[in-house]
Design a protein around this ligand. Structure first.
Ligand SMILES: Nc1ncnc2c1ncn2[C@@H]1O[C@H](COP(=O)(O)OP(=O)(O)OP(=O)(O)O)[C@@H](O)[C@H]1O
Length: 426
């Protein structure tokens, strides 16, 4: 019986975790060859604590992008289950009466094991094949928060559990994309909470919530939140006001003879966050007036993206519909940071990241590609509702206007999206 099982499993004496040949075959079969039929050449392989790193020379005529576009082919190929037992696997067996059970377990473990792959480029193609799947749960907590200072916010943990941070002083604007329910709003909440916790005295927000008021309404009334807009008309007003503030800052700096807020020692930063920017797409407008309104919104967004950086204005645009014109061109060009959760297809990935890849992310909530001049696959931190509530509760101080005979309660106003509120100093 035992002999039967061992025979059924082929035994390959190639050493642990060696996928070099398989990678080469997959690349050749996937058409990653030049017109002379040359494919990648292995330069070296290194065993790491997380798995194996393979370094290849790529043939002339192919680019790194060609390989990136085939990432899922590579990953699927490496995970094709052939149930091969290697010598190193057998070394895990113990000569005991339950040896058959051990072998069955070994085969089962192998079947369930999933190798994740990451590609990078430094003049050579680096292919990392990981032994373990990446974490699927990272909690937003105090331990994470103390690791970011100033205008930095956590983006997420990479595969080696290294915290990737985004610095809004270095890269002022960001585009966030991803299919529905993969974690955009969670990420935006973690970003707002981080800035409220770390930059309470200097941060201002304009929040534009075009998802029916479900995402940002909790912040309505927070002293640091200048405005929450829920409808495109309100979005226009909010963007116009932000733009006016930005122009005022520009004049103020001019009078001081300075070009940037940093040079003038001005610490205030104003974040304009729009969740779902697709709702402001003029191409989707039904009437002429609606189109005009959305065009005006996009004009302000473009101006803020173009001029805002040195004036202390940061813009974060989030969308679950990454199609061609959802993100105004100027906003995209001025956003050097992109965060993209899983999307349906390569076209959507290109809209957000300018590259493919986000369509090949695993179906894991919070998993995303963070792209600046480098690319990181991260698991963003999950922020519990309670954490959000505990952060904002002490900052809310609202009462209806006394002089307004029709004064309504805060919650009534929120439902109607009208803001006849005054905010007291907290
Ligand atoms: N980083 C994360 N880790 C674990 N779970 C997460 C994470 N982010 C989000 N989730 C889970 O996924 C659900 C959907 O997340 P979220 O509301 O942020 O998605 P979304 O991309 O904004 O969706 P939509 O575009 O449909 O509004 C959350 O309720 C939460 O349970």
């Amino acid at each position: 019986m035992m002999g039967g099982i061992i025979l059924a499993a082929q035994i390959k004496a190639k050493g642990s975790g060696n996928d070099a040949e398989k990678i080469q075959t997959i690349c050749a079969n996937a058409g990653l060859t030049n017109k002379h039929g040359e494919t990648i050449q292995l330069k070296r392989r290194t065993k790491k604590e997380w798995g194996m790193e393979y370094v290849y020379r790529i043939p002339l005529g192919l680019s790194f992008k060609d390989f990136q576009n085939k990432l899922h082919t590579l990953q699927d190929g490496l995970n094709a289950k052939d149930l091969i037992l290697q010598w190193s696997d057998l070394s895990e067996l113990r000569i005991r009466p339950d040896i058959i059970k051990q072998i069955k377990q070994l085969l089962k473990d192998k079947k369930e094991k999933y190798k994740e792959v990451e590609l990078s480029w430094d003049g050579f193609l680096k292919i990392k094949v990981f032994n373990e799947k990446m974490k699927t749960n990272v909690l937003y907590d105090q331990d994470l928060l103390i690791r970011v200072k100033g205008w930095k916010v956590p983006v997420g943990l990479d595969r080696s559990n290294h915290l990737i941070k985004h610095d809004f002083e270095e890269i002022p604007h960001m585009v966030v994309g991803g299919g529905t329910r993969y974690g955009k709003s969670n990420y935006l909440n973690s970003l707002i909470v981080t800035l409220l916790k770390n930059q309470l005295d200097d941060v201002t927000f304009t929040l534009i919530d075009l998802k029916g008021g479900v995402e940002f309404s909790d912040y309505d009334g927070v002293k640091q939140v200048k405005r929450v807009a829920y409808e495109p008309e309100e979005a226009l007003e909010a963007l116009e006001n932000a733009y006016i503030d930005m122009k005022n800052m520009q004049q103020h700096l001019r009078r001081m003879g300075k070009k940037k807020v940093q040079d003038a020692g001005i610490n205030q930063r104003h974040f304009i966050i729009i969740d779902e920017v697709g709702e402001l797409n003029p191409a989707e407008a039904v009437t002429k007036d609606e189109r005009k309104l959305k065009e005006a919104c996009q004009m302000y967004m473009s101006k803020i993206a173009r001029l805002g950086a040195g004036l202390g204005f940061r813009q974060i645009l989030a969308t679950q519909y990454p199609t061609g014109d959802v993100i105004p061109r100027q906003c995209k060009q001025n956003s050097d940071a992109k965060l993209c959760f899983r999307v349906r297809n390569a076209v959507a990935s290109r809209v957000v990241l300018d590259e493919e890849g986000a369509e090949a992310l695993p179906r894991v909530k919070g998993r995303a590609i963070y792209q600046t001049d480098t690319r990181h696959v991260i698991q963003s931190a999950f922020i519990p509702e309670e954490e959000i509530r505990n952060t904002i509760a002490p900052l809310i101080n609202i009462r209806p206007r006394k002089e307004d005979p029709d004064a309504k309660s805060h919650s009534e106003n929120r439902k109607e999206h009208k803001h006849t509120l005054i905010i007291e100093e907290a």
